[in-house]
Ligand binder design. Sequence first.
Ligand SMILES: C[C@](O)(CO)[C@H](O)COP(=O)(O)OP(=O)(O)OC[C@H]1O[C@@H](n2ccc(N)nc2=O)[C@H](O)[C@@H]1O
Ligand SMILES: Nc1ncnc2c1ncn2[C@@H]1O[C@H](COP(=O)(O)OP(=O)(O)OP(=O)(O)O)[C@@H](O)[C@H]1O
Length: 297
Amino acid sequence: MSVTVRVPAKVNVQLAVGAARPDGFHDLANVFLAVGLYDEVTVTPADELRVTCEGPDAAEVPLDRTNLAARAAIALAARRGIEPAVHIHIAKDIPVAGGMAGGSADGAGALLACNTLWGAAASRAELLAICAELGSDVPFSLVGGAALGIGRGEQLTALETGGTFHWVFAMAERGLSTPAVFREFDRLAQGRQIPEPVASPDLLEALAKGDVEALAGAVSNDLQPAALSLFPELADTLEAGRGAGALATLVSGSGPTTAFLAPGAESAEKVAAALRASGTCRSVRTAAGPVAGATVL
Ligand SMILES: C[C@](O)(CO)[C@H](O)COP(=O)(O)OP(=O)(O)OC[C@H]1O[C@@H](n2ccc(N)nc2=O)[C@H](O)[C@@H]1O
Ligand SMILES: Nc1ncnc2c1ncn2[C@@H]1O[C@H](COP(=O)(O)OP(=O)(O)OP(=O)(O)O)[C@@H](O)[C@H]1O
């Protein structure tokens, strides 16, 4: 018997970043939107823990116990006093090291899949606590939809959305390390007073109303200057999307994937075609959100 879970990628429509905390993390006001680009995680009973991965970026995914999916299985098994004896297979469509929470998606997916396979009966609250131990983005991968994350981004409040938003994502030629981008944020912030991160009321209202124009005027990412500083060519991709009619352009999370908000599905395809023709990125995808979080298929 196998269990397969489908888990979406995310885009951060607002990422407000506070000053570095004593533990090295940053307090955030992180407004997540789950979008329809998915990894599928399948768990099957096996003699011992094993991870395999397929997909265009599979070669970049670690297959040892550092894989977030393996760490999720180990964490749940330890809580139940059992062995994590499963084969975890990841069908990966979310870009690796792209700032779209691909590894986090696999962590949340493996956790839900193992909980189902083992009849481990972890409550939603216990699953969320394990997710938060695995990484700041992992709880959101479990819940999906739209949510505000505070603290490290792991303390979630679900947000209302009044419609579907259409996005284009441009994948870059290389990845960016999330810790490196936060370090660059700290370097650029030196000598400046960093305000407390707060969610933008205009942005929350735009999401609730499903108002794409208002959302376009309210999106922001405090990590964008740091991502651009480490990866200056991203400015060319942003420019190409803006020129093609995107309502808003931004770096997704810690980057280097860039995200473009389009007025509708048709215009999203036009922006995607222009980005493909621009030669400023590795590949281009369209996806709409919000979509559901980790779901057993
Ligand atoms: C950039 C975002 O993707 C936006 O959603 C997240 O904040 C990152 O979430 P994540 O990849 O799950 O990150 P984690 O695995 O928890 O942390 C990786 C590293 O990112 C930095 N980090 C992450 C989250 C946070 N609130 N402050 C940080 O400074 C820390 O250097 C940390 O060691
Ligand atoms: N299941 C996994 N899939 C992809 N990468 C993983 C996985 N588990 C661990 N990793 C490691 O995590 C690193 C970051 O990959 P990931 O795709 O999660 O980045 P990301 O999308 O930028 O993350 P985030 O948006 O949460 O900051 C990879 O370079 C890889 O070494």
